[in-house]
Ligand binder design. Structure first.
Ligand code: A2P
Length: 279
């Protein structure tokens, strides 16, 4: 039986019960295999991956729930790498958010809907080769980078990967901290990552070993001093940016002021900005 046929005959499950709504055409019904809550604002979940579904690490898909005739869909970066047998997502919980107020209640065995096409700008193909890849993220904007730092292709293309993650609170860093720790221990990719992946978490609203917005740390030069690296430049450095609208705009301006040019899938250059979160 093909995946397409299976998706049309499956009965979706929500909060442990069969849903009266059919799976819309053009969607995969995916089964939740794991849910982890970090704070009252953040959680992660993993779902089954249809065998035919292909994507490039760093891309996003549209996610919904089988809770209506016309489900609400939102863009979610896939946080797992393209070789993984499951798909992982890292989500915010928005109070009264049309999707996330329901999505945050999912449990193992429930059904999540996913439209069949993945797309996005935060992919290795959209950048020219370089020495260092700077991944600038805030909040759930770390998700596409969670995919890219687990993909050997990223290490083929760049000598050093720097994952910056800015959050309001220390507890919000945990997803990234657990991810990087697990990666260093990973029997397959651990060796590749050794000495080449730098994690730079920072917090803005309570005390932590590193504090301040990533944009301020770039402007002041503290980011580069802390890491013992030169300021970014078009020769050796490449950038990827994912976060809130304001963060995308401010970080993009900083990349430009450091001489980097914006690229796209059909025109690789020196930095790229996530388009999924643009509202
Ligand atoms: P701040 O606490 O100063 O607002 P959010 O959860 O609102 O998306 O914020 C996540 C992190 O991004 C916070 O540390 C926040 O800092 C920071 N942030 C918000 N706006 C910007 C911006 N324009 N540039 C860089 N960082 C930002």
């Amino acid at each position: 039986m093909s995946d397409t046929l299976a998706s049309e005959t499956v009965t979706p499950v929500l909060e442990g019960k069969p849903s009266p709504f059919a799976v819309p055409t053009g969607c995969y019904p995916l089964t939740v295999s794991e849910v982890q809550h970090y704070t009252d604002r953040l959680f992660r979940f993993r779902v089954t991956r249809p065998r035919e579904f292909r994507f490039r690490s760093g891309e996003f898909v549209m996610i919904g729930l089988p809770n209506s005739e016309k489900p609400v869909f939102r863009a979610y970066s896939i946080a797992s790498p393209s070789w993984d047998e499951e798909l992982e997502f890292f989500s915010i919980k928005v109070p009264d958010g049309p999707l996330t107020e329901h999505l945050q209640k999912i449990r193992e065995g429930d059904t999540v809907l996913m439209r069949k096409k993945a797309t996005g700008t935060l992919v290795n193909d959209a950048l020219e080769p370089g020495k260092r890849l700077w991944m600038f993220s805030t909040g759930t904007g770390i998700a596409p980078f969670a995919s890219l730092i687990r993909d050997p292709e990223t290490y083929d293309k760049f000598d050093t990967l720097i994952l910056t993650h800015g959050c309001r609170l220390v507890d919000e860093l945990k997803y990234g901290q657990d991810l990087v720790a697990a990666l260093r221990e990973d029997p397959l990719i651990g060796e590749l990552v050794e000495g080449r992946l730098i994690h730079y978490p920072t917090v803005t609203r309570e005390p932590f070993e590193r504090q301040g917005r990533i944009t301020d740390l770039i402007t002041s030069g503290k980011l580069f001093e802390d890491l013992g690296l030169p300021r970014m430049g078009p020769e050796d450095d490449r950038g990827m940016i994912c976060g809130s609208m304001a963060m995308l705009k401010d970080t993009k301006e900083l990349c430009i002021s450091h001489g980097l040019e914006e690229g796209a899938n059909n025109k690789p250059a020196q930095f790229v900005v996530e388009r999924a979160f643009v509202d």
